[in-house]
Ligand binder design. Sequence first.
Ligand SMILES: [Zn+2]
Length: 205
Amino acid sequence: MATPPSIFSNEEEIRCQDVRWSLDVFNIGIKDYFEDIFRLFHTNLKQNVVQIHGYCSQKCSRKLPVEKWCSLCNEWRVKILAKHRFRNTIKDILYWKNVDSSKWQSDVREVQKIFLPNWYKGKLDANDLSSRLNIMTNCTLFDNQQQLTDIRDIRNKVFHNKTSLTVKEKKDYVGTISSYLDNDFLKRYQSVVKATEHVKLLEKC
Ligand SMILES: [Zn+2]
């Protein structure tokens, strides 16, 4: 008798695809929340927190060692780093050349770059799931960081290591994503409400 077609391996692949879709939906769902948190943080830094005014004309972070930065860049650096989850260890190993400190006042993306891993190089893609998860995981402006870390790990597994999942793995992974979204504060965002519905559907299928 011929062996049956590899329907099981196919289902395992479909489960993996369901988790990838859940992550895409998660990313679309939290975009407005993510942007709002940083918009508020950035406005507060500009209007209330950073006491030195003026402009940096020398792009300190790109050209100089930290000890030689101008007082304006230095104050922005300290105030942004205050929200880094690993501020005590990260400050010495951050890849400062990847950030343009002279744009911290005008460009929130340059502020966000501080929360990327130190190996991150180049331009920040504002819609990239991996970058967004890394920023959220490292920035204390966001709650539930253990859950975010778990979601980041799930993302790395299904996009880099795994091509198939067991029923339990899929249930756990989609359940983690769904439980992060299913939060009273986040539900104020219509995009989160919609994303939660979609993820719950993927959880069931
Ligand atoms: Zn400067």
